[in-house]
Design a binder for this molecule. Structure first.
Ligand code: GUN
Length: 294
């Protein structure tokens, strides 16, 4: 029997609707409009697309959206000055600096300059450390989305075996911590791991976040496994266009797995929805209000 497709579009739309409902309630009961500031440096076309989508969805949820576009040759000091301004701005509850930054800028220093209370990307060492310590923290959006998608298949993740392919600060590492919080048994694999297919075949939950198109084959999967594909590789088509391909060979996975996320239409949809959730949570925490219902 073919696997079921996990529909990230539908799940993300439902989450955005819940956020919009909470925003309406915040405005009415507390006069609070959550605000998200997104900083884009340079004009990388893919980043521009992401930032535009964040802007649209933030506004659609009833939040305030502040966009700051800086030229690719901005000085590090000027970027830090903008972050200091946003840290001090009471209308801004979330700050996201779109990555990657131009190589000559010090990404670590830029992230470290963000007020941890406004770090809706969950990348500041304060939040990464709290997450690793099992403490409440703002957590990176893509891993949060992966957990929600997994829970759309499994009511409880307790005791399941997972493999996380990839150890980036943005996805792999925080995802491991979130899975541990769900009492999952986690294997962390990466470019130096041996016997990847064998490791994968043990897992009930497979998270592929390496950025290598169709690396995970159907025969790497345990029958019935849940497969969450974080990869997005843009490849040219014969018609001269481009299309997105995940880290998992989708058609092969569909014959073996129990449930699979498509690319596009899976994890990607969830990242921005979770950014809205984090902005809402940050706004409540900054105002001293109870955590929202989403
Ligand atoms: N670039 C690609 N994904 C992300 C993300 O989740 N956050 C940031 N800041 N930049 C990204």
């Amino acid at each position: 029997m073919a696997a079921s497709i996990i529909d990230g579009k539908v799940i993300a739309a439902d989450l955005r609707a819940q956020v919009a409902g909470e925003v309406t309630r915040m405005k009415r009961d507390h006069g609070l409009t959550p605000g998200l500031a997104v900083v884009l440096v340079g004009n990388d076309p893919a980043s521009e697309v992401y930032v535009r989508s964040k802007h649209k969805q933030t506004q659609a949820a009833g939040m305030a959206s502040f966009e700051h576009t800086l030229s690719a040759d901005v000085a590090q000091a000027d970027l830090l000055a903008l972050i200091a301004e946003l840290n001090a701005d009471p209308a801004v509850h979330g700050i996201l600096v779109q990555l990657p930054l131009p190589k000559r800028l010090d990404t670590g220093a830029v992230i470290a300059a963000i007020d941890p209370a406004k770090d809706v990307d969950g990348l500041h060492p304060h939040n990464a450390g709290r997450l690793a310590g099992g403490l409440p923290a703002l957590s990176p959006c893509t891993p949060l989305g992966c957990i929600i998608l997994t829970k759309s298949v499994h009511a409880s993740l307790e005791g399941l075996d997972a493999i996380v392919l990839g150890r980036s600060n943005l996805v792999g590492r925080p995802l491991v911590q979130l899975l541990l919080n769900e009492n999952v048994t986690v294997t962390i694999a990466h470019s130096r791991s041996r016997n990847l297919p064998e490791l994968c075949r043990r897992a009930d939950l497979v998270y592929a976040a390496v950025g290598k198109a169709e690396m995970v084959r159907g025969d790497w999967l345990k029958p019935g496994a849940t497969v969450i594909d974080v990869g997005i590789t843009r490849v040219p088509t014969v018609e001269g266009q481009t299309r997105l391909i995940g880290d998992v060979a989708f058609n092969e996975a569909m014959k073996v797995a129990g449930a699979v996320t498509p690319v596009p239409g899976g994890v990607g949809q969830m990242t921005v929805a979770c950014l809205l959730v984090n902005t809402l949570r940050a706004a409540c925490a900054i105002r001293g209000l109870p955590a929202p219902g989403v």
